[in-house]
Ligand binder design. Structure first.
Ligand code: FE
Ligand code: FE
Ligand code: ZN
Length: 277
């Protein structure tokens, strides 16, 4: 069995997200630690966080997957932007202390013309400055579509970052199905082969979460346009095989498909039905 859920808004607080997910029929969820595009964060009330933690435990939820801001670019060419990204990362991880056992995932960054090698080094530097002996939160690098100068469009780039971080015991990967497909990995006809490759390059023990999205585009398009489950180029059969894959059982699966709440309710039910067939 997997844990399934979607992104929720933190606007009404933490426990409210747990209640919403219960109502939608899921068993995990993701939320943006700050406005995904603006970068502003909402203060988290400790009592509210504790109430959510109690709900997660009582209802046997899987780990939360908090998502860092899209505006955080740890390998920006502009030093002020890089500094701003580092500041967001530090503050986000400080706040994550309120959620023991939760995961924090982020987009590694875009090297904007500096080259992948420089980008990888800057990301590793930022992680080395942030992840200290006191850090407890597992931090996940997200697999990217390889759009523009994005780092993380190949498993090898993620491995390179991990290798350069001292506290690599805290690092994992969030595999986004739309992104890896768009990056060129054939998860439709050879998901086993892709997982074997992931295991060889990164190690399956570092696979901590799945972003479960169909894609609007063909394999290798490098576009990063998510589609509703089963409506895209990955398609329902492949999505079903991925969800049922023995190597992925026990992981949180987060839908980031273009849906409203009712759409998510339906997709969560669809996924759960695959396990009942
Ligand atoms: Fe993401
Ligand atoms: Fe994603
Ligand atoms: Zn995406």
């Amino acid at each position: 069995m997997i844990f399934i859920g979607c992104h929720l808004s933190v606007t009404d607080g933490c426990e409210a997200m747990g209640k919403t997910m219960l109502d939608l029929g899921g068993s995990t969820f993701a939320y943006f630690t700050r406005n995904p595009r603006g970068g502003k964060s909402k203060d988290i009330v400790p009592d509210d966080a504790a109430a959510l933690n109690a709900l997660l435990k009582r209802e046997n939820f899987g780990p939360l997957v908090a998502h860092g801001s899209y505006t955080m670019n740890l390998c920006a060419a502009n030093p002020a932007m890089r500094e701003n990204g580092l500041d967001m990362l530090k503050k986000d991880l400080a706040r994550m202390k309120l959620f023991p056992g939760a995961l924090y995932n982020f987009h590694p960054g875009a090297h904007v013309g500096q080259g992948a090698e420089t980008g990888i080094q800057l990301i590793a530097d930022a992680l080395n400055e942030t992840l200290t002996a006191q850090t407890r939160t597992t931090v996940l690098l997200e697999t990217m579509a390889g759009k523009g100068s994005e780092i993380g469009g190949s498993f090898g780039e993620l491995r390179e970052i991990i290798d350069r971080v001292d506290r690599r015991d805290l690092l994992g990967v969030c595999l986004d199905t739309c992104h890896v497909w768009d990056a060129g990995y054939d998860i439709v006809d050879d998901f086993d082969g892709v997982l074997t490759e992931f295991d060889r390059v990164v190690g399956l023990s570092r696979l901590n979460a799945i972003h479960f999205n169909d894609s609007k585009n063909e394999r290798g398009s490098r576009k990063d346009r998510h589609e509703k489950l089963s409506r895209g180029k990955i398609g329902g059969d492949a999505m079903r095989r991925i969800a049922l894959h023995p190597a992925l059982q026990g992981l949180p699966f987060i839908l980031e498909t273009p849906n409203d709440a009712e759409g998510y309710r339906r997709e969560i039910r669809t996924v759960l039905d695959w396990f009942r067939e």
